[in-house]
Design a protein around this ligand. Sequence first.
Ligand SMILES: [Zn+2]
Length: 81
Amino acid sequence: MKKSNVCPKCNGQNIYTNAGLMSRGERCTVAVSSWTQLFVETYVCLDCGFFEEYVMQKELRNAEKIEKIKSTWKKVDFTDK
Ligand SMILES: [Zn+2]
């Protein structure tokens, strides 16, 4: 939805986002570990309720956090299905 502005589930165009709107204290986060979290932006379809979340671009450029993910989470192995 971030790229297409159309809901992939119902093709609705009634999509809203909080990207860039929230002040520091009220941003949504995803926990990487006990001490590390990533700020995310949410896109929601008001027709069917489907929503997507994206880690903010500036977080993807934060080398320290990216290293934390790589050392804490497991990489998706597409051959393991
Ligand atoms: Zn929808």
